[in-house]
Design a protein around this ligand. Structure first.
Ligand code: HEC
Length: 141
């Protein structure tokens, strides 16, 4: 993992509050001590699957979806047959899974649908049954 992707990963972790317990906050303004560690609601301003992927997911899964190994293993989304079932990535985003933070809780239903539809149709994945925002809403915790 390059230094810049480590920095981006750290930025995402700080943004989600996941690393709050493990890392010193960069500034007290960035991580207010009051409030929940992970805000519910719409923490990401990007719209469109490509922009969301580049801003939120690529830090760990890499720009081409190839994943990475290092301090932790970030699975490849490239040619990933587990994406055949649309419910799987929706669930991973909304509930998290081990090292994968529940980033979908910081996104709108539309944003989750967009980024899921993006990864299911990029990186050699050709799953045409698009997820709708209503599907995301129904799957939320
Ligand atoms: C902080 C790093 C990080 C970020 C950011 C991140 N992921 Fe993950 N992701 C992981 C890790 C680690 C796993 C493996 C979880 C496990 O152990 O099962 C994972 C697993 C997944 C899986 C399941 C893959 C499989 O083969 O089972 C999907 C799908 C996924 N991530 C999609 C996304 C999407 C879409 C985004 C952006 C919205 C994203 N991830 C952002 C770290 C991350």
């Amino acid at each position: 993992m390059s230094m810049s992707s480590i920095a981006r990963t750290a930025a995402v972790l700080l943004a989600t509050g996941v690393a709050a317990a493990a890392q010193e906050p960069a500034t007290s303004a960035a991580l207010p001590s009051a409030g929940p560690p992970m805000s519910e609601g719409q923490g990401f301003t990007e719209s469109g699957g490509a922009a969301l992927y580049a801003q939120v997911c690529a830090a760990c899964h890499q720009a081409g979806g190839e994943g990475a190994t290092g301090a932790a293993a970030y699975p490849a989304l490239l040619h990933n047959e587990k994406l055949a079932s649309a419910g799987y990535p929706v669930t991973v985003l909304l509930y998290g899974q081990r090292g994968m933070p529940p980033l979908g809780r910081m996104m709108s239903d539309t944003q989750v649908a967009e980024v899921v539809n993006y990864v299911r149709t990029q990186f050699g994945n050709r799953y045409g049954d698009a997820v709708a925002p209503e599907d995301v809403k129904a799957a939320r915790p």
